[in-house]
Design a binder for this molecule. Structure first.
Ligand SMILES: Nc1ncnc2c1ncn2[C@@H]1O[C@H](COP(=O)(O)OP(=O)(O)OP(=O)(O)O)[C@@H](O)[C@H]1O
Ligand SMILES: [Mg+2]
Length: 423
């Protein structure tokens, strides 16, 4: 049992908890004076009870959470109470809401900004979904777009773009319940792409336009960043697990063996040598009946992997198109998540998507080697999000009035041009 009676630590710590379909991991860190994070402990357990990012078995998920957090606590030598949790299941939607306020030619004051953000919060229609983020992004002063700090500037009209991420309520509530059942308080539930984007994209990429594709075990999240914020996302219920399952059924072996074959010998690209490289496969029956191992060529293995990848990349290309990621700014794609560890995947994706593709790893000094790969981008990003103290207007209270502005045209394109012309 977790010991929850010990006094809370005096230091201000942040704890990130990423509950994935293949692993649950936790990270305890201490923010320094300049926002840098000192990592105190990490923990990881194989996920049981999570399918495609959704909680499918409450008790098993809760137990795994407890074990992962306890491991991080042991390493850090302290107990934690509150966590930032990542949410990566389907049903996430992202929109940009815009509101406008008459200033009348005087200087913009803090009160005006507060009033505008309150009006923004009220104008957001989450359509029955649960709002995870409502972050003010770019301001517009009398048509001058892309202003980051409007305070003190004269204006007739002040407007703001607010980036909203919402999710289906039930899966979020189930996740929340599992964490609380493990005797942990939930400080915030953060959309996985928001966290991952923080950890593996540069500020410049996020401003000029970039697509982030997180290839998880059960979920692939495609998101587009522009003007410094996440402007669109689409969750695909597919991932590395599907490749493993295809290998297992193609060669009649167990999942664990198929996973090992994928990670050691798998590749997204082919070479003539693949026809000569032989791989031993233990058939499912071998453990019980002593059946001989089977030999296959590496080319056969890669053939199975590529068939699934073709489907996945096709879906990713469709999602990018749907999200308006095209034209001159739609050049850079970053792959992350454990699935991006597949050998040759960046080259393969570059060929299929016709864009520059790189693999994004978490940029966080001090991450232990075991947790520094792309599978831990969301975990690192959660801790960075927790430490960043971004203004979230979901909580702003007082009521003022400002007119909701009509949203028109392609938001991604508009944000890009706003960014380029605004400075
Ligand atoms: N070297 C590798 N080659 C190919 N695939 C790999 C490699 N290493 C890890 N993977 C795959 O990455 C996937 C795990 O990724 P990740 O840890 O990001 O998923 P998750 O966070 O547990 O799940 P999700 O976010 O989808 O709920 C697994 O399917 C695993 O097979
Ligand atoms: Mg994940």
């Amino acid at each position: 049992m977790r010991n929850r009676t010990s006094p809370p630590p005096a230091r201000k710590l942040v704890t990130a908890l990423d509950i994935g379909s293949s692993k649950v991991c936790a990270l305890i860190a201490e923010p320094g004076e300049n926002g840098e994070l000192k990592i105190l402990g990490t923990g990881q357990r194989e996920s049981r009870g999570v399918r495609r990012g959704f909680v499918a078995d409450m008790e098993r998920t809760e137990a795994t959470i407890r074990e992962a957090v306890e491991q991080a606590e042991r390493i850090a030598g302290l107990n934690i109470d509150q966590v930032f949790v990542g949410f990566s299941a389907g049903g996430l939607v992202s929109t940009v809401a815009s509101v406008e306020l008459e200033i009348g030619g005087r200087q913009v004051e803090q009160q005006d900004v507060d009033q505008l953000l309150t009006a923004g919060r009220q104008s957001i229609d989450a359509q029955g979904r649960m709002m995870l983020h409502a972050l003010p992004a770019l301001y517009t002063l009398d048509g001058l777009q892309g202003v980051k700090k409007p305070l003190g500037l004269h204006a007739d009209k002040l407007a703001v773009d607010i980036h909203v991420v919402a999710a289906e309520p039930s899966p979020v509530k189930n996740l929340d319940l599992c964490v609380r059942s493990a005797h942990l308080g939930v400080e915030a539930i953060v959309a996985s792409p928001v966290a991952a984007g923080k950890a593996c994209l540069s500020e410049e990429e996020r401003e000029l336009g970039v697509a982030l594709v997180e290839l998880g075990a059960g979920v692939t999240n495609v998101s587009v960043f522009a003007g410094g914020m996440l402007v669109g996302l689409k969750s695909l219920p597919m991932g590395g697990i599907d490749i493993t399952d295809d290998i297992a059924s193609a060669f009649g072996t167990r999942r664990g063996e198929a996973e090992r074959m994928k990670c050691f010998y798998g590749s997204a690209t082919t070479s003539p040598r693949d026809n000569h490289d032989m791989i031993d496969v233990n058939p499912v029956a071998s453990q019980e009946e002593g059946t001989e191992t089977v030999r296959i060529t590496r080319a056969q293995l890669i053939g199975v992997i590529r068939q699934r990848l073709e489907h996945l990349m096709g879906e990713i290309a469709n999602a990018l198109k749907e999200l308006g990621f095209s034209g001159p700014f739609g050049r850079q794609v970053v792959l992350t998540g454990g699935g991006s560890e597949l050998k040759g995947i960046a080259d393969y994706a570059q060929g299929v998507l016709g864009r520059a593709v790189r693999v994004g790893r978490p940029k966080m000094p001090g991450l232990p080697d075991a947790h520094s790969g792309p599978a831990f981008t969301t975990l690192a990003g959660l801790a960075q999000f927790a430490a960043s103290k971004e203004i979230d207007i979901r909580q702003t209270a007082t009521s003022h009035s400002a007119a909701p502005k009509q949203e028109g045209g392609n938001v991604v394109q508009r944000l890009i041009s706003a960014f380029r012309s605004g400075y």
